[in-house]
Design a protein around this ligand. Structure first.
Ligand code: HEM
Length: 400
């Protein structure tokens, strides 16, 4: 722990991400954090928060800031840390979820990322456009017979599971189950998790694991043009082992499922709250790419990620020892007026818009092109198939 004594200015800030008021509007708190000249200590999770764009970006780009405890701890120490936060006694979760390419660093991370990177480039994901369009049209055509729909529940929540399922190689009829598994595992990451959540997460991991074993066995006999087949090839050539193969499939599902649903919901909410922007997009659909970028910046669906200092570091003039945990507030960085003109304004034509909702550096989101593709198709299809869209009851999505 660095020898910093929070000054009076810092202690006045109430940072309670689980509170109702924060969930309604985190941006006032983020603005207060950005005024500080040093990281804010968030005691509940023993973590130093970085909130300004420049500081968050610097940390994400700096290889000294790592994701995994294993980068600077022995396996025994890692096990002890897991126990402290109740991430133990879950054999399949420990093996296939707690370890992943996202939670590795250095050579292991580079090796794992390289195997799948080619299947997520902007050019590569274009091959999914027709499939996504077909699926969204089919959903919408059925929905638009109703005058009133629940945008998140009836439409947005179905899209990412179907698309990621297709990328992995899961048959269409099994894709709805992916949502259940993904939600049950991801729920366990919430701060207020219970032992029931833990049991549910382990059970979902086990069921998904067993499902993947069957899919892997089928694709081993009959390879197709999908991610599971690519990973099987990598295993045959010795680039990846069985645990890494399974954990990579699980990560691809977990990382991109809920977050894409959330940003579709908050993107729709932003358009409804800013009718001039909705009208502008309806009039000039060529703005869809900048509009989608702005949706990610305005309400970053994954606003917080952590790093550990793999060695002693200096941050904003203060010394922090090896092992210190830092929080990268991507959601705050994206509202930093030092970086974005009129940062709290939702502007679908904002350009340039180099937001940090997908992170930066070694762990830059692999699915960023895919989720943008989903968003573009959903919003364009909705505009094409409707004369106007009006809110019946508008709820803001939950955030932390
Ligand atoms: C709303 C959509 C999404 C958002 C906001 C998002 C955000 C992020 C962020 C911020 C990171 C970096 C984490 C860090 O800095 O520690 C990340 C990593 C990652 N994302 Fe996404 N993501 C989204 C969708 C997806 C999708 C659709 C997929 C896959 C189909 C995906 C796969 C991944 C993977 C594999 C990583 C780990 C990359 C690595 O560690 O090298 N994401 N994502």
């Amino acid at each position: 722990m660095p020898d910093l004594i929070p000054d009076s200015e810092i202690s006045e800030i109430e940072f309670n991400p689980l509170s109702e008021s924060f969930s309604q509007d985190p941006y006032a708190v983020y603005a207060e954090l950005r005024k500080l000249d040093q990281p804010f200590y968030y005691e509940d999770v023993d973590c130093w928060l970085l909130s300004r764009f420049e500081d968050v970006e610097k940390a994400a780009l700096n290889p000294v800031f790592v994701r995994s405890l294993a980068a600077f701890m022995s396996p025994q120490q890692v096990a002890e840390e897991r126990r402290k936060v109740n991430w133990h006694d879950m054999p399949n979760h420990s093996k296939y979820v707690q370890f992943s390419l996202l939670d590795s660093d250095g050579d292991v991370h580079f090796r794992l990322r390289k195997i799948v990177f080619g299947m997520f480039t902007g050019r590569y994901v274009e091959r999914y456009r027709a499939m996504v369009q077909r699926y969204v049209d089919q959903l919408l055509n059925a929905l638009l017979e109703e005058r009133e729909i629940d945008f998140v529940e009836d439409l947005a929540s179905h899209v990412p599971g179907h698309i990621i399922g297709n990328v992995l190689g899961v048959p269409d009829e099994d894709c709805p189950q992916l949502r259940v598994w993904s939600e049950n595992v991801v729920q366990f990451f919430d701060a207020g998790r219970t032992d029931d959540d833990k049991q549910l997460a382990e059970q979902a991991t086990t069921e998904f694991y067993e499902y993947l074993l069957e899919l892997i066995s089928q694709r081993s006999k009959n390879p197709k043009d999908d991610l599971v087949s690519t990973l099987i090839e990598a295993k045959k050539s010795g680039d990846i082992d069985e645990t890494e193969l399974i954990s990579t499939c699980m990560l691809i599902l977990m990382a991109g499922h809920g977050s894409t649903i959330d940003v579709m919901g908050s993107g729709m909410n932003a358009l409804l709250q800013h009718p001039d922007q909705m009208a502008q997009l309806r009039q000039d659909q060529g703005l869809i790419k900048t509009a989608v970028q702005e949706m990610f910046r305005f309400e970053s669906p994954l606003p917080f990620f952590h790093r550990h200092a793999a060695e002693d570091v200096e941050v904003l003039g203060q010394h922090y020892p090896k092992g210190t945990k830092f929080g990268l507030l991507y959601g705050s960085a994206n509202r930093d007026s030092e970086r974005f003109l009129d940062a709290d304004r939702f502007d679908i034509s904002r350009n340039p818009n180099r937001h940090i909702a997908f992170g930066r550096g070694a762990h830059l989101c692999l699915g960023n092109h895919l989720s943008r593709l989903d968003m573009e198709i959903v919003f364009l299809a909705l505009l094409d198939k409707t004369k106007s869209i009006n809110p019946v009851k508008c709820q803001r999505s939950a955030r932390y």
